[in-house]
Design a protein around this ligand. Structure first.
Ligand code: DQA
Length: 153
C-alpha cells in the first residue's frame, strides 16, 4: 500500500473558479486536486482529496483516513476561524498538518486573522493561491519521504 496524504477542503471551496475570483482565483477545485494527485503519483504517494460543506463530514473523513496518513493538508475555509470539532479531530493525529489558504487572511477582515487550527498545525501557507497546496505537498514529501526531496533538514 503506498503511503497516503490526506487533503481536506472545507465549506465553499467546491465553488472555486466561480467564487469571488478576484480573491480566490479562477482555478477550480478539480484542477487543484488533479495537480496534487499527479504530483503525489510521481512521488509514489496516494493523495486522497475530500471536500465538504459540513464540519461533521470533515470530522468523519479525518477519523476514517487521518490515522494512517503521512500528512494532512487542510484548507478549512471559514471553519478555520471557529471550527473547534474540526480542530479536535485534527489534534488526535500525530502526522504533520499544514494549513493552507488561497487568500492572505491577514490582509482581510479581522475575523479571518484568528485560526483555531494554527496552534495544532505544523505550518501555515497563506496568500499564495492554489500553488500553496502544491508547496505544502512538496514540504510533506521532502519531510516525510526524504528520498523525494531535494534537501534534508
Ligand atoms: C480561505 C479563507 C477563509 O477566511 C475563507 O472563509 C475561505 C477560504 C482561503 O483559502 O483563503 O473559505 O480559507
Amino acid at each position: 500500500m503506498p503511503p497516503t496524504i490526506l487533503v481536506i477542503h472545507g465549506p465553499n471551496l467546491n465553488m472555486l473558479g466561480r467564487r469571488e475570483p478576484q480573491i480566490y482565483g479562477t482555478t477550480t477545485l478539480a484542477d487543484i486536486d488533479a495537480a496534487l494527485l499527479a504530483r503525489g503519483a510521481a512521488a509514489g504517494v496516494n493523495v486522497v482529496c475530500i471536500q465538504s460543506n459540513h464540519e461533521g463530514e470533515l470530522v468523519d473523513a479525518i477519523q476514517a483516513h487521518g490515522w494512517d496518513a503521512l500528512g494532512i493538508i487542510i484548507n478549512p475555509g471559514a471553519l478555520t476561524h471557529y471550527g473547534l470539532s474540526l480542530r479536535d479531530a485534527l489534534a488526535m493525529l500525530s502526522a504533520p498538518i499544514i494549513e493552507v489558504h488561497l487568500s492572505n487572511v491577514y490582509q482581510r477582515e479581522a475575523f479571518r486573522h484568528t485560526s483555531v487550527i494554527a496552534p495544532i498545525a505544523r505550518g501555515q501557507i497563506t496568500g499564495l493561491g492554489w500553488r500553496g497546496y502544491l508547496l505544502a505537498l512538496e514540504w510533506l514529501l521532502a519531510e516525510r519521504l526524504p528520498a523525494n526531496g531535494t534537501t534534508q533538514g
